[in-house]
Write a protein that binds this ligand. Sequence first.
Ligand code: ATP
Length: 228
Amino acid sequence: MSLLHVSALTARYGAAPALFDVSLDIGAGEVVALMGRNGMGKTTTVKAICGMLPWEGTIRFDDADLAGWPSHRIARAGIGLVPEGRRPFRDLTVRENLIAAARTGDWTLERVADLFPRLGERSGQRAGSLSGGEQQMLAIGRALMTNPRLLILDEATEGLAPLVRQEIWAAIARLKRDTGLAILVIDKSVRELAQVADRAVILERGKTAWQGGMADLTPDISERLVGV
Ligand code: ATP
């Protein structure tokens, strides 16, 4: 049984349709890459799953029908989002940002600091003064502090320096190895996604154009649908 099941998903921005027919499934503990060129509907799909936009079709999480659920209820049910562009509370410290997100469960400040040592080192520092990479680590840490069962990363490493990107990918690989967390990850780097993801879902103009195992994603499909 899928942890997250999406089928026949449609969504629009006012009169402009953005999603026509998106389907995807994520099993417990699975890492799935959501791919596709710019503007194909990846962020819109994530927003629909997280209840941040009206949609039609089917979205089920852990067998609960999410139709009509507000985003705070979806978060409480166990979907943790690291949104595109991150955005910590800039005037709070790293520690305060993490505490503000915390819900009862396995994740603690110590565990986040173990995953991202830099956050431990900067725990008293104002979040607004962190580098872009550190802010992304904090955004992931905040999502983990909610103790999700599904973590969604929209543009996991967008705009970050190469070394920091490596740290983020290593953290994702570690989450996959050490926890039963399911992860939906959006990123432009097919090579890095191929290292960490079990399966891929590719969107083209608001529709699921391809879905399959990472090993079955041939260079041909990748070139045609992702552009690399
Ligand atoms: P990117 O990689 O550029 O973020 P994406 O695959 O995430 O692309 P979306 O951001 O989901 O794509 O956009 C899907 C479609 O919806 C695009 O045609 C886009 O122009 C449109 N769209 C996105 N956000 C809005 C908005 N707030 N208002 C109107 N149209 C929007």
